[in-house]
Design a protein around this ligand. Structure first.
Ligand code: COA
Ligand code: AMP
Length: 632
């Protein structure tokens, strides 16, 4: 490839010559067998990368570096203010643990193509479990700890894991969240029964109650026979990661091995601008896509030192904790969600903590997960004195689709914009009829096929939904579900979801799923769950309910029960705290609830009354409730 100097040259080459571009990026990895087919079509007719290559993710993340002589380099810095622990694990040690744990998994009968659910907190053993699965071709599905047993049960039934790997508890600031009882409840509820439950007993918090058949994580790790990585087809699924869709059932995003490995290696250098050996920190959770890509696989494949942080941006112990971690571990590039920065800014508006520390190691601060308001970005940039880069992506893409590609050419930051398409992503703004829109015209953000390596390859067990959700709207395009526009300078702005997905503190949630829970309450006749703007979390869910006429419960009791039901069924992460009773819901003449209108009323925004509305008087009724009920 020619030696491109500018982002524009590099990007254009990636779009005009995708095979040559990605072949070169793939050649930077050590494959068991380098692919001859670079871009082809899978059985569904969907573009696929490196179909006949063979490799192993765990080998690339560990063995490669150890055999290159970097066994004593720190792979993971586990920094846990909630347990007052700091532990460093070298690549050599991590390889030893992963290979032994993989040996035990194999002895338990897990092999290539089996699935395993990992429901664990932010501890190094979670990374060991993920890489051990990858080592022997077991497809892992990590489930975020903030989800309740019912959500876990849905995922168990969808991917039928042979094993569930869990821990005694998670620690949320000072609260102990017992994980093992949640797993027991989920297994009880699920129809599919895993053969093995493996439990890591944490030093902190109470020990989990073990059943006779439960297995101890550390005993398996210590007693395991070191096992070599298994060569896997490039298309072999590395993992399934469930994410919210527009129905009550989450989608199992399926990721391949070879395309993802290539994208991870490429993005660490080209997007984040880090070199092997640098310290890199994504302050997210392994249960989300950011954790998969930029706590585990990206940094490890690139031989970085990754920070595994078990804490919050505030209260663990204070709003200076992020800056302390950067300063103490000499983090070069950090990645978090705007919500976290808003939380810090609220507690330390003058940035006193930043000023008190040596932050000279930090080169770039990246933000993603939700829209970043210009005020938050400007505040952070001013306090840190380094470029603050908003970038946009999704669980489906697995890595950034829009970014300021710091490793290639850092272009001026425009607050509110996630900058430009990343190499390989041909991003177009389309109107409802599929025609491309001009500058500053808002439309549907779509990606012209083929997408680059690393993006989703299917939905687990549901190729029909895969096609329908992402490719049916516009032939030849992937539909992102986000709205946005491009300005006259080519900067892209993401304005928000065009569907019923909401983003609460950087966590993606489905209002349809919440509606199912609210509607199931015996006192509720009908309901709508909407996302409303929130200063801290970006959005928070609100349930608007019409109650049945006769109920033995008071309104306050019904409201409290609904909040409890959401917490128990979906999980505390849903953060549904507001339940507003109204007499009737505004609907179209065909009976569809006008959620956008409800949202505008709740946010006291300007109302655009649709011509399809059935009864315009309902608007006044609902407004009265919001005006008088003190909802804001
Ligand atoms: N396990 C168990 N429970 C969890 C959990 C986990 N891994 N993560 C969150 N929860 C619980 C919390 O304890 C809380 O429960 P509560 O209602 O009993 O207090 C609830 O879920 C909501 O948690 P959270 O969304 O973290 O809100 P918060 O009010 O406790 O904290 C912030 C607010 C802004 C500090 C926090 O949301 C935050 O750090 N956001 C950034 C998130 C992020 O990095 N997202 C990136 C994804 S890319
Ligand atoms: P998730 O799949 O959980 O990563 O959530 C993806 C969704 O979060 C996207 O479809 C967007 O709606 C939103 N999102 C993520 N990053 C950004 C960003 N930088 N700007 C605006 N929205 C974002």
């Amino acid at each position: 490839m020619q030696d491109f100097k500018t982002y524009k040259e590099f990007y254009n080459y990636s779009i005009e010559n995708p095979e040559a571009f990605w072949k070169e990026q793939a050649s930077k990895l050590n494959w068991h067998s380098f692919p001859k087919q670079i871009l082809s079509k899978d059985a569904k007719g969907y573009p696929q990368w490196f179909a006949d290559g063979q490799l192993n993710m765990s080998a690339l993340c560990l063995d490669q570096h150890v055999s290159d002589g970097y066994g004593s380099q720190t792979a993971i810095i586990y920094d846990s203010p909630v347990t007052d622990t700091l532990r460093k694990i070298t690549y050599g040690k991590l390889q030893e643990q992963v290979s032994k744990f993989a040996g035990s998994l194999r002895k338990l009968g897990l092999s290539k193509g089996d699935t395993a659910i990992i429901y664990m907190p932010m501890i190094p053993e979670t990374v060991v479990a993920m890489l051990a699965c990858a080592r022997i071709g077991v497809i892992h599905s990590v489930v975020f700890g903030g989800f309740a047993p019912h959500e876990l049960a849905i995922r168990i039934d969808d991917c039928s894991p042979k094993a569930i790997i869990t821990a005694s508890c998670g620690i949320e600031i000072q609260k102990i969240v017992p994980y093992k009882p949640f797993v027991d409840r989920a297994v009880e509820e699920a129809k599919s029964k895993p053969e093995h439950i493996i439990v890591y007993q944490r030093e902190h918090g109470p020990k989990a109650q073990m059943k006779a058949t439960d297995l101890d994580f550390m005993a398996l790790l210590e007693g395991g026979v070191a096992t070599d990585p298994v060569p896997l087809e490039s298309t072999h699924p590395l993992y399934i990661l469930y994410t919210s869709g527009t129905t009550g059932t989450p989608k199992g995003i399926q990721r391949d091995t070879g395309g993802y490995a290539t994208a991870m290696k490429f993005s660490m250098g080209a997007v984040y601008g880090v070199e092997p050996g640098d310290v890199y920190w994504a302050a997210s959770d392994v249960g989300w896509v950011v954790g998969h890509s930029y706590i585990v696989y990206g940094p490890l494949i690139n031989r970085n030192t990754t920070v595994l942080f078990e804490g919050k941006p505030v209260k663990t112990p204070d709003a200076g904790t992020f800056w302390r971690v950067i300063s103490q571990h000499k983090v070069k590039v950090m990645f978090t969600a705007p919500t976290a920065i808003r939380a810090i800014k609220k507690e330390d508006p003058d940035g006193r903590f930043i000023k008190s520390l040596d932050m000279s190691s930090l080169k770039y601060q990246f933000l993603a997960g939700e829209r970043c308001d210009a005020a938050t970005l400007n505040w952070l940039q001013e306090k840190l004195g380094v470029p603050v880069i908003d970038h946009w992506w999704q669980t489906e893409s697995g890595w950034a689709m829009l970014a300021n590609m710091a490793g290639i050419e850092l272009l001026p930051v425009k607050p509110g914009s996630a900058s430009f398409p990343v190499c390989g992503y041909d991003i177009r703004i389309l109107g409802p009829d599929g025609t491309e829109l001009g500058p500053n015209e808002e439309g549907l953000v779509s990606v012209k096929l083929p997408m680059p390596p690393g993006t989703l390859t299917d939905l687990w067990n549901n190729s029909t939904r895969f096609q329908k959700s992402y490719f049916d709207q516009f032939a030849g395009y992937y539909s992102t579900g986000d709205g946005g526009y491009k300005d006259e300078d080519g900067y892209y702005f993401i304005t928000g979801r065009v569907d019923d997905i909401i983003n609460v503190a950087g966590h993606r949630l489905s209002t349809a799923e919440m509606e199912e829970v609210v509607a199931a309450h015996p006192a509720v006749a009908e309901c709508a769950v909407i996302g409303v703007a929130d200063d801290l979390k970006g959005q928070i869910p609100m349930a608007i309910i019409v109650m049945k006429t006769a109920s033995a419960l008071s309104t306050a009791e019904i409201q409290a029960e609904i909040v409890r039901d959401i917490r128990n069924t979906i999980g505390p992460v849903a953060s549904l705290k507001k339940v507003v009773p109204v007499k009737r819901l505004p609907k179209t003449r065909s009976g569809k609830t006008l959620r956008k209108l409800l949202r505008a009323i709740a946010e006291k925004a300007e109302l655009k009354i649709p011509s399809t509305i059935d009864d315009v008087d309902i608007i006044g009724e609902v407004q009265e409730v919001f005006g008088t009920a003190g909802v804001h």
